[in-house]
Design a protein around this ligand. Structure first.
Ligand code: BG6
Length: 485
């Protein structure tokens, strides 16, 4: 398989929060990998900006250490590292004051090339940064800003944030990241649905029994307890990542693969979601083991009501999906790190093989991680004499097996997304109205929990979540797929 890498135009990328955790773990290693792949122009300039005092040499050391720790790709030869680092520099800057902005302007030296500002900071600073970028004359027509989640914590705060950014930038200049959209398999979902004629005629309530989406993590909240305990699984994962997976799985075919068409269709899905009944939501909190702390200990809040697990039965009220349930679940400290979308088709209307042949259904599984790939479960005859016995087998397309070893080297979501920012392609970024619509659906669920004051159900570390989440499907005569690595 030959991959085609198209070099991006020369650009300047300013990373606010340039010494933060995201820059260290994701942004700098992602840029280095794109550099090694020949996609980053040799004239590109990356400028870290943060409050701390540091010179260019110290920032390069910081980046070198980050790449050593977080880039495990052997293809990125050490020989590239020093030239990559020479394109990095650092500016000490105050987001809430004017210190450092003149120095940043000097670094950008009035050039008219593509200029991206990555807000790798908390949302409380978004407004300050946007105001100062404009006030210091840095907001050229080619400028764009990249903002990370959480984009608000409810509809009101998301609206306020959108309004604040809109004072300084046009919507076409704002790139709201949801890193799930940068995952290779998530984009493949669109390729499968809209690049094949096979599936689309069956992709509706007439043929699909239900769809289940699981994003399971085996790790706990770790060192992020402070942030997580104010968010919970609903705000951290459901409102954004799982919502985006649901949209891409269920949207109508856009007329074109372009930012407006794709995002228009996603928005229609979110707006068609019906309010969730209280009995259709289960939330949980993990317990500890001999070796691992429970959620409450980990976040150091002994009576917290924040959930580390949520399962929802959702409904989309439109012609395509009326009557089809969507079971969505996500949680931490579950049996394995395993994420998938499973399209479970209905039983054949009549079995010519009789009851003895048992029940068989087709399931199309899109595995996000690990072992990215697609699997179609089909029913065949069990080989050998002795009557017609049916057996379900997978038609497996694990990308690394089907496309060669190169395909096993799947780029990190950030690599794709950062280069899309430079290319000016907003297709895989959330539009302001989408984010607001997602909060509009999420808010009443969270409000109802807060009003009830009820504690989330406990579940054991290494389990599939609370028993009630299993019951959510069992009562409909269905069951979750096993969470397995
Ligand atoms: C982040 C959440 O957005 O996604 C984390 O804040 C979560 O809590 C992470 O662990 C999961 O991402 P991935 O790519 O590892 O599935």
């Amino acid at each position: 398989m030959v991959s085609r890498v198209i070099p991006a135009q020369p650009f300047d990328l300013v990373i606010f929060g340039g010494t933060g955790d995201l820059a260290r773990r994701k942004i700098l290693p992602a840029l280095f990998r794109r550099y090694c792949a020949g996609q980053m122009d040799r004239d590109a300039r990356i400028i870290g900006a943060a409050r701390g005092d540091m010179d260019d040499a110290a920032y390069r050391d910081f980046a070198r250490a980050a790449i050593d720790e977080f880039d495990d790709d052997a293809v990125c030869a050490a020989e590239h590292l020093e030239t990559f680092l020479s394109q990095l520099s650092y500016v000490t800057l105050d987001a809430r004051g004017d210190d450092g902005w003149a120095a940043l302007k000097d670094r950008l030296d009035g050039s008219e090339r593509i200029r991206a500002f990555y807000f790798s900071v908390g949302p409380a600073l978004f407004g300050d940064l946007a105001t100062r970028i404009e006030a210091h004359g840095l907001a050229t027509p080619e400028a764009r800003i990249v903002v990370e989640k959480p984009f608000g914590r409810d509809l009101a705060s998301a609206r306020a944030l959108n309004a604040e950014l809109a004072k300084h930038f046009k919507e076409t200049q704002i790139y709201r990241i949801d890193h799930y959209l940068g995952k290779e398999t998530v984009q493949n979902l669109m390729a499968i649905r809209f690049g094949n004629t096979l599936f689309e005629p069956l992709w509706n309530s007439q043929y699909v029994d239900h769809i289940q989406i699981t994003v399971a993590e085996s790790g706990g909240v770790g060192t992020r307890g402070g942030y997580y305990d104010k968010s919970g699984a609903m705000r951290d994962m459901m409102q954004n990542h799982i919502m985006q997976l649901l949209c891409l799985t269920t949207m109508e075919p856009p007329a074109k693969y372009d930012p407006h068409a794709v995002r228009d269709e996603k928005l229609k899905v979110i707006r068609a979601l019906s309010p969730v009944e209280p009995g259709d939501v289960v939330r949980g909190q993990y317990e500890g083991t001999d070796r691992l702390p429970g959620y409450r200990n980990e976040v150091e809040n002994c009576d917290t009501l924040t959930e580390s697990f949520v399962a929802i039965k959702a409904r989309i009220c439109n012609w395509r999906w009326a009557g089809t349930p969507f079971y969505l679940r996500t949680g931490k400290r579950l049996r394995a790190r395993a994420s998938e979308i499973a399209i479970v088709f209905k039983d054949a209307p009549h079995s010519i093989f009789g009851a003895a042949a048992g029940r068989h259904r087709n399931i199309l599984t899109i595995r996000l991680q690990p072992n990215e790939g697609i699997e179609m479960g089909v029913t065949i005859k069990e080989p050998g004499p002795g009557g017609m016995r049916l057996v379900d087998v997978p038609l497996d397309m694990t990308f690394s097996e089907a496309l060669g070893p190169e395909a096993a080297d799947i780029p990190d979501a950030y690599e794709r997304l950062i280069m899309d920012v430079i290319r000016g392609d907003q297709t895989l970024f959330m539009r302001g109205d989408e984010v607001e619509a997602a909060w509009e659906w999420t808010d009443p669920i969270i409000d109802a929990w807060e009003a009830s004051g009820a504690a989330p159900l406990r579940y054991a570390t290494g389990s599939s979540g609370p028993d009630d989440a299993l019951a959510l499907m069992h009562r409909d005569g269905r069951s979750w797929r096993e969470i397995r690595p």
